[in-house]
Design a protein around this ligand. Sequence first.
Ligand code: NAP
Length: 328
Amino acid sequence: MKAILCKEFGTPDKLCLEEVDTPVAGNNQVLIDIYVASTNFPDTLQIDGKYQIRPPMPFIPGSEVAGIVEAVGPDVTKLKVGDRVMAACGIGAYADKVLSVVETVRILPAKMDMRAAACFNVVYGTSYYALKQRAQLKQGETLLVLGAGGGVGLSAVELGKVMGARVIAAASSEEKLEAAKQAGADELINYSDGELKQKVKDLTGGRGADVVYDPVGGDLFHQASRAVAWDGRILIIGFASGEIPAYKVNLALLKSTSVVGVFWGAWTGQFPDQNHQNFAELFEMYEKGSIKPLISKAFPLAGTSEALFSLMQRKALGKVVIEMKQES
Ligand SMILES: NC(=O)c1ccc[n+]([C@@H]2O[C@H](COP(=O)([O-])OP(=O)(O)OC[C@H]3O[C@@H](n4cnc5c(N)ncnc54)[C@H](OP(=O)(O)O)[C@@H]3O)[C@@H](O)[C@H]2O)c1
């Protein structure tokens, strides 16, 4: 099979496309014939050796796919050949086929196409866990989403609306803000002028946001953490800006603020039943038409480097996918 290999840590141009042996499904594993793989910012960190988990070299990057089960391991009974599935495979997605353990694989709702399925797991899994379990977002509260035109950001905008919040979407360009508006955002802030804090205060009558969803970090975190309402929660999603900000804890004291960590992948391993329940609810939202990933660009497997660069260069709108084949 064809696969993208990471043989040394670095930028996406170091990746190479090669022919490798097709893996064989062992116990508790299925082999998935990949139709679409999604790109996620953590993939850019993983190939650069900056992610929490460092797989042994060489490895095939890419953490989530949609496709059809081609083979099942000897003891697998929950899934069968021919099932249409999505999988949070961890690594191995940028290839024709991937092995995934049974617990990370979900059968698709009938109406879900392969592109949407490939982009579902990570963004909605992360954002729903963040807003529901971690922030306990309530109806009528104000949710401020940073990086609102990106992958996890747009999903947080959609879910915030479903959960009954007033959503302020903040991003660096009008194109990204238009995407957030289409996803349901009530208010839009272009923060490219460096005035995020004041604009949030203006939109909230000086009160600030009840919940801040921050996948960006850096200066935007500093500004947002000063535009939080009493009893506010700041969700630490990630640091796409490259800067992990330091927090002055006197700010927490002054406004009774909670700074709340979010590591969805680790949580799913510890609380699989809660995660399954979240996905049952997310699939229901999808089937009702309340949520749907925006896929702005599809690359072939050979274009994986270019796709990952588009994330690093802040050019990606919503989700960018790698498409191996299309469903007939
Ligand atoms: N905690 C978890 O469980 C979890 C799970 C998944 C992802 N994440 C994290 O969430 C973050 C976003 O991931 P994603 O896949 O949604 O990425 P993405 O689609 O590339 O979105 C990231 C957004 O960050 C903003 N940004 C600001 N400075 C940037 C820079 N220097 N480079 C790139 N983007 C920059 C961009 O919006 P503007 O241009 O509008 O500023 C961009 O749209 C990452 O840090 C990732 O590690 C965390």
